[in-house]
Ligand binder design. Structure first.
Ligand SMILES: Nc1ncnc2c1ncn2[C@@H]1O[C@H](COP(=O)(O)OP(=O)(O)OP(=O)(O)O)[C@@H](O)[C@H]1O
Ligand SMILES: [Mg+2]
Length: 256
């Protein structure tokens, strides 16, 4: 479904990515891990069209997507979340979800009047899906709160709700559990499993929590200083000397 080949990117002389290649098959949940500053978010920026690679190719469902805008890429069915949640702060949680529904009918008045029954049916369906998603994410109590009043962790959950509403073919998630209260991590893991199992969404996930990675990812790529130093199952990479020393070299355990 996603194929990244020999992607390189430098920022003013600093090599953020060096000939990075990876593959994600349809229906897979693949992890991307690596120490801070190893290039994970930069790779997401390039795949999703927010940055241009200096070299290399990105192919999504057989189409070359490098150089396309984030919007064009999203329209093809590939969306991403950011390390810091970025929903509409002046909208409530449920409004954020409703705004992400793909089947929204344009608010063009004459057309809307002509198609009123259909419009109402779609709105009802979206509302019930949004309520279901909020319940799954434990957000029912704050459905009508403005995003600005929610905690960082709750906003991360709203991000997942927006994905459940948008139903992309594939989603890139940048640290979905970062800043989330540990008691909510299993809610996130459950939501990711629903995305995969019930919605058939293919996932590529940057995640520092190795327990989460082990629980949901079948394959993991490890980046260090912009280079893929290892790949394999969560068990294999956690036993890989190169991976251990890459994390230890930075005074951090692989499971921190
Ligand atoms: N827009 C930019 N301009 C200049 N340098 C950048 C830019 N974006 C990233 N970098 C640099 O590129 C390197 C990779 O950064 P990136 O954010 O991709 O790492 P990361 O693996 O996501 O790290 P973290 O785990 O901290 O989120 C870092 O050295 C960073 O400082
Ligand atoms: Mg990052």
């Amino acid at each position: 479904m996603l194929q990244v080949d020999a992607v390189s990117k430098s920022f003013a002389g600093l090599r953020a990515l060096e000939s990075v290649s990876l593959r994600v098959a349809q229906g897979q949940v693949v992890g991307l891990i690596g120490p801070n500053g190893s290039g994970k978010s930069t790779l997401f920026d390039i795949i999703s069209g927010f940055q241009r690679a200096d070299a290399g190719t990105v192919t999504f469902r057989g189409l070359s997507i490098q150089g396309r805008s984030p919007n064009a890429i999203a329209t093809l069915g590939l969306i991403r979340t950011f390390q810091l949640s970025e929903g509409g702060q002046r909208m409530t949680a449920i409004e954020n979800l409703l705004a992400s529904a793909r089947n929204q009918i344009e608010a063009n008045l004459p057309a809307a009047v002509l198609r009123l029954p259909r419009l109402l049916a779609v709105e009802r369906e979206n509302l019930s899906r949004a309520k279901e998603a909020l319940a799954l994410l434990g957000l029912s109590q704050v459905a009508n709160e403005y995003l600005a009043n929610l905690s960082g962790g709750q906003r991360k959950l709203v991000d997942l709700g927006r994905i459940l509403m948008a139903k992309p073919q594939m989603c890139l998630l940048d640290e979905p559990t970062a800043g989330v209260n540990p008691s909510l991590i299993n809610v996130i893991v459950e939501a990711l499993k629903v995305m995969r199992r019930d919605e058939g969404i293919t996932l590529l996930i940057v995640e520092h929590n190795m327990q989460v990675v082990g629980d949901i990812c079948e394959h993991v790529y490890v980046l260090d200083a912009g280079v893929v130093i290892s790949e394999g199952t969560p068990e294999t990479i956690q036993a890989d000397e190169r991976v251990l020393s890459s994390y230890l070299g930075r005074g951090r355990a692989v499971n921190e």
